[in-house]
Design a protein around this ligand. Structure first.
Ligand code: ADE
Length: 404
C-alpha cells in the first residue's frame, strides 16, 4: 500500500477585498486538487487587517491624480500574517497582478508551478502604496513579481489570479491525471494547437479532414504539425520562432554589419564547439575568436549572415585567396545547431559562390577531417578533397572548379 504524501504539492494564499471573487477556485480540476490535498488554497479578506469602523483600505494619492490608492498598513499586516504561517523559514513568492507587470506566459506558469508556495496580492483602485512592495522585499525577504495577464486594464487583480492559479495549478504534478495532455497543448512547445474533430465524420454537410480517418499515423502527425505551424503563422506570427519551419528558403541573407557581431560570435562558438567534439581538438581558430576578432574580420572578408524570423541562424565568410588570384576562399560556414540538416548550409554555400567576382576560377574551403556531415554536404555540392595542407591542424582542404 502506498501512503499518500500528507503535504500539499503547493500552497497558495490570496489576499483580496473581494474573497468571494475567488470562489470558482472550488470548482472543476482546481477544486478537485484542493479536495485531494494537492493544492492548499487560502483566501484572506484584506479588510480583516484594518482597524477602523469602516474597514478602510484606500485613501487619496499624494501628489494628486485620479482615483484612490490602497493603504500600506492593512497590506503590510495581511502579508505579515501570511508569511508568519510558514514553517522552518519557508516563505512564499509574492505575485502582484497588475497591467504594468511582466507578461504572464506559459513559461512563467511553468516557473511558478515549481514554487512550493505562492501568495497573490490583489490590488484594486489605482493600485497599492509602493512602500508595501518595499516592505515585502526588504522586511519580509520575499521575491516580489508584478505580473500582467495582457495589455489591457482589469478592475482588480482577482480575475488575473483566477487565470494564473488555474494555469499554474494544472501544471502541479498530480493535478491533471493525464500528463500527456499537458504536452500536446497550445504554447507548450511554442506552437498553437491543431484543429480537433469528433463524431460524426459528416455534420451538417461539413466533413472531418479525410487524413484523420485514414488510420495513417504518420500522415496524421504530419498534417497536425502543418496545421499548427500554419495556424501559428496566421494568428500569432510573433510566436513563430525561426526554429519552426526553417528549410533554407525562408531565410534572408544579408551582408554582416557590426550590429551582427555579438550574435555572430555566439553562433560561431556554438557551431565550433560541435566541431571540436567531432575532431577531438580545441585547436580550431574559429573557436577562439573574440568579439574584436569577429568585428575586425568584417573588414578583411565579406561576411554574410542568414536570419529567419529575426534570429541569426547562419553565416559564411568569403575572401579572395590572393589579391589578384583566381581562387575564392569560403570560410566559417556555420548553421545554428538546431537547424542543421535542412539545406541552410547548402544555401549559404551557394550564396558564397555566387558572390565571387569575375576572374575567380576555383572555390576553396577547409573543414575538420572528421566532420562527416560537412564533408558529405561539400562533396554533394561538387567539392573534392585535395592534397593541400590545411592551415589548421586536423583539417582538410576541398576545392571546386567554378562552372561556366
Ligand atoms: N489588474 C488590472 N489589470 C490587470 C492585467 N492586465 N493583468 C493582471 N492584473 C491586472
Amino acid at each position: 500500500m502506498t501512503v499518500p504524501d500528507p503535504r500539499p504539492a503547493m500552497r497558495v494564499d490570496v489576499v483580496s477585498i473581494f474573497p468571494d471573487y475567488l470562489s470558482p477556485l472550488d470548482l472543476s480540476l482546481i477544486g478537485k486538487a484542493r479536495a485531494d490535498g494537492l493544492l492548499d488554497v487560502r483566501v484572506h479578506d484584506l479588510r480583516d487587517f484594518t482597524h477602523d469602523r469602516h474597514r478602510t483600505v484606500d485613501d487619496t494619492p499624494y501628489g494628486g491624480g485620479a482615483g484612490m490608492v490602497m493603504k500600506p498598513q492593512p497590506w503590510s499586516e495581511a502579508l505579515d500574517h501570511v508569511v508568519a504561517q510558514g514553517h522552518s523559514g519557508a516563505k512564499p513568492r509574492l505575485i502582484v497582478p497588475g497591467p504594468g507587470g511582466q507578461r504572464f506566459t506559459q513559461t512563467l506558469a511553468r516557473e511558478l508551478a515549481r514554487e512550493p508556495w505562492l501568495a497573490f496580492a490583489c490590488g484594486r483602485y489605482e493600485g497599492i502604496d509602493e512602500r508595501v512592495y518595499d516592505h515585502a522585499r526588504e522586511d519580509l525577504g520575499l521575491e516580489v513579481s508584478v505580473v500582467s495577464l495582457g495589455d489591457y486594464v482589469l478592475n482588480g487583480g482577482e480575475v488575473a489570479v483566477l487565470a494564473m492559479v488555474e494555469a499554474v495549478g494544472r501544471l502541479v504534478p498530480g493535478v491533471i491525471g493525464n500528463a500527456e495532455s499537458l504536452v500536446e497543448e497550445s504554447h507548450e512547445d511554442g506552437l498553437l494547437e491543431y484543429p480537433i474533430y469528433t463524431k460524426p465524420a459528416s455534420w451538417n454537410g461539413r466533413e472531418v479532414p479525410p487524413v484523420l480517418l485514414s488510420g495513417n499515423h504518420g500522415a496524421i502527425a504530419a498534417w497536425r504539425h502543418e496545421q499548427r505551424r500554419a495556424r501559428t503563422a496566421a494568428r500569432r506570427p510573433d510566436l513563430l520562432h525561426a526554429s519552426h519551419g526553417v528549410d533554407g528558403t525562408d531565410v534572408e541573407i544579408t551582408a554582416a554589419t557590426p550590429a551582427d557581431v555579438p550574435e555572430l560570435a555566439l553562433l560561431m562558438r556554438a557551431c565550433w564547439v560541435q566541431e571540436a567534439v567531432a575532431n577531438d581538438t580545441l585547436d580550431i581558430p574559429a573557436l577562439h575568436e573574440s568579439l574584436d576578432d569577429v568585428r575586425e574580420s568584417l573588414e578583411t572578408t565579406q561576411t554574410w549572415v542568414a536570419r529567419s524570423g529575426g534570429r541569426l541562424v547562419g553565416a559564411v565568410r568569403t575572401v579572395r585567396t590572393e589579391p589578384d588570384g583566381d581562387d575564392w576562399f569560403i570560410g566559417r560556414l556555420c548553421v545554428a545547431p538546431d537547424l542543421q540538416g535542412r539545406g541552410l548550409g547548402r544555401r549559404l554555400l551557394e550564396h558564397a559562390e555566387s558572390t565571387a567576382p569575375d576572374g575567380i576560377r576555383t572555390f576553396t574551403l577547409n573543414t575538420g577531417a572528421r566532420s562527416a556531415d560537412n564533408l558529405r554536404m561539400y562533396k554533394k555540392a561538387g567539392y573534392r578533397l585535395v592534397d593541400v595542407p590545411a592551415p589548421i591542424p586536423g583539417a582538410v582542404t576541398l576545392v571546386k572548379r567554378r562552372r561556366g
